[in-house]
Design a protein around this ligand. Structure first.
Ligand code: ZN
Length: 410
């Protein structure tokens, strides 16, 4: 049973008496549960994840042992799609939408994303980090150990770059989630000349964003950015070493999924209006489909195509889309619940989509499962049963967070 461990390393953390260890091991029935298990790490890396009966890890004076008394342990959540850096608030709009106004009607009256852009673009770096930091800490308490953070509320080069710097500053906080930054220059439409703005993005924008971000993203939608504009951005991004993402077919069947497949994006996100043909194209191109069931629920419309993506053979991720307009939510456990309730996923598929699937959507091969050699990001649950993550609707199932092999004091 040597594949439960990395041999020859001293454990710095040993978690014992785990009733159910959800490993995500694809060789086991999903989601890869090992009963009566132990998880051990050497600093940030897992050195053992398997049954207590097979345990062979060296311990030393540095070793911290944690007895979880039969609780379940699962991988930390990887939230692969958020707009965490914003200022201002849109509660009024929330009430208007509840009264029957559509997202598009509110946007046409100058509300919606424009109000967030005005507030966010005017903020200092410190203000952005403080506001986003509160949300990031809330995410960590709910079990998110890695979060993707997009720009997109700047719409001037300077303001976009400030958002990317704020995202990176969040990632340096010791008790926050690990952060992956994404440059989203094509989001809302700019106030001035659209063509000139796009040229600026393709030139100095990409060059300045490349050292700060891992990905480039675009909102490909009727009334926002068109397919050919988005395609120019995504093709140009590759020359800067940036991988690509697309907000695709969210509000209408506007061609974003086909674009993501065509350019070989790492993920296509939303997909509420994608056809089965689109989903097959994503699967063939190896593009991860990111489901955002919170936004789908808030905005109404078709359910997220979870089952349809799996039937097409695609990898899926679940994410919060945390943003001030269509889904202010930091909770990945709630997304697991909604994935089961609205995207036709089994609890095991939803949990894997929120962990290993999120890692796939970010190209991170070192996390998302609890296997030897991977980063030790793990959650000790309040209960012995991993199913409670989705089953206990709206709750926080997380008792303790382990980030990179370290117990986080929450
Ligand atoms: Zn988004």
């Amino acid at each position: 049973m040597t594949d439960h461990r990395v041999t020859g390393e001293v454990a710095t953390l040993v978690v014992v008496n785990i009733g159910q260890l959800v490993t995500g091991d694809p060789r086991l029935p999903a989601p890869g549960v090992v009963k009566d298990a132990v998880l051990a790490a050497n600093r940030g890396r897992i050195v053992y994840a398997g049954p207590a009966s097979d345990l062979e890890v060296a311990t030393g004076p540095e070793t911290v042992e944690v007895d979880v008394h039969g609780a379940a342990v699962i991988p930390g959540f990887v939230d692969a799609h958020t707009h965490l850096v914003w200022l201002g608030e849109r509660s009024e709009e929330y009430a208007l939408r509840a009264g029957g106004a559509s997202y598009e009607e509110i946007a046409a009256k100058g509300g919606g994303i424009r109000s967030t852009v005005a507030a966010t673009a005017a903020g200092t770096l410190d203000e952005l980090v403080a506001a986003a930091g509160e949300r990031a800490r809330r995410m960590l308490r709910l079990g998110t150990t890695t979060v993707e953070v997009k720009s997109g509320y700047g719409q001037t080069q300077e303001a976009e770059l400030r958002q990317l710097r704020a995202a990176r500053a969040l990632g340096t906080e010791p008790d926050g989630p690990d952060v992956v930054a994404t440059y989203l220059p094509l989001h809302g439409l700019p106030a001035g000349d659209r063509a000139a703005y796009l040229e600026g993005v393709l030139g100095e924008g990409l060059a300045a964003a490349a050292p700060l971000a891992g990905f480039v993203d675009c909102f490909c939608e009727i009334g926002a950015w068109e397919v050919d504009e988005c395609e120019r951005l995504l093709v140009a991004a590759r020359a800067h070493g940036l991988r690509t993402k697309v907000h695709a077919d969210q509000r209408s069947h506007s061609g974003g999924s086909a674009l993501a497949a065509r350019v070989g994006a790492i993920s296509a996100d939303h997909l509420d209006h994608a056809t089965d043909e689109d989903l097959r194209a994503l699967a063939v191109a190896g593009v991860t489909g990111v489901l955002l069931p919170g936004a789908s629920m808030v905005l109404g419309g078709p359910p997220p195509p979870g089952r349809r993506l799996l039937d097409a053979g695609a990898t899926i991720a679940l994410a919060t889309d945390c943003n001030p307009g269509t889904c202010w939510c930091e909770s990945m456990p709630l997304m697991v619940s909604l994935g089961v309730a609205t995207a036709d996923l089994t609890p095991a598929e939803a949990l894997l989509a929120a962990t290993a699937g999120g890692a796939a959507a970010l190209g991170l091969t070192d996390r998302g499962r609890l296997l030897p050699g991977l980063r030790c990001d793990a959650l000790v649950l309040e209960t012995p049963n991993w199913l409670d993550v989705g089953y206990h609707l709206g709750a926080n199932p997380v008792a303790r967070v382990i980030a990179s092999g370290r117990l986080i004091g929450l």
